[in-house]
Design a protein around this ligand. Structure first.
Ligand code: GDP
Ligand code: MG
Length: 163
């Protein structure tokens, strides 16, 4: 069975863009199970010959912020439950948000490898800005740009080592 990698994080950080990059030219599998898993997408990927399944967690934008945050927590918990490793994505354009801190709190308690991916690092200035994500207490991070692909090789090299 192929290892499972979940991409989690608040909306708009670039999870789906990265997911699509990982599963390039492959067909995304939309989970047929209705209910709680309906907005998670699964796809096959591989790096240096190591195959794995990627989960792109969605999350609906619901009415209140409260419900919205609960939905994200639920998605994160479900994804973590079945994943062998987690990519926690944040966004350097916005910087650290309260929602990032909430997800980080959940992840610090998880006994699985967590890779903090600081996305939208499209240029050197943003590489400097990324240091603020140390404050999430998750240690080292991987600066990446899901749009131009930079940094993703370094992240994937480390990721497949734990699968
Ligand atoms: P998700 O909600 O986390 O799945 O985020 P999406 O993948 O839908 O991306 C949200 C927005 O961020 C879109 O407008 C993307 O084009 C943009 N985006 C994603 N990755 C990058 C990146 O590496 N750099 C920049 N500048 N924008 C990005
Ligand atoms: Mg998405």
């Amino acid at each position: 069975m192929s290892a499972i990698v979940a991409i989690v994080g608040r909306p708009n950080v670039g999870k789906s863009t990265f997911f699509n990059r990982l599963i390039q030219r492959r067909e995304a599998i939309v989970d047929a199970v209705s209910g709680v898993t309906r907005d998670r997408h699964y796809g096959k990927s591989d790096w240096n010959g190591r195959e794995f399944t990627v989960i792109d967690t969605g999350g609906y934008v619901l009415g209140s912020d409260d419900v919205f945050e609960k939905e994200i927590d639920k998605q994160v918990e479900l994804a973590i439950g079945e994943a062998d490793a987690v990519i926690f994505m944040v966004d350097v354009e916005t910087g650290v948000t309260g929602m990032d801190e909430d997800v980080a709190k959940l992840l610090r308690r998880v006994d699985k490898p967590v890779f903090l991916a600081v996305n939208k690092v499209d240029n050197p200035q943003r590489l400097q800005d990324a240091v603020e994500f140390y404050s999430l207490g998750l240690g080292e991070y991987y600066p990446i740009s899901s749009i131009n692909g930079s940094g993703s090789g370094e992240l994937l090299d480390e990721l497949v080592k734990v699968l």
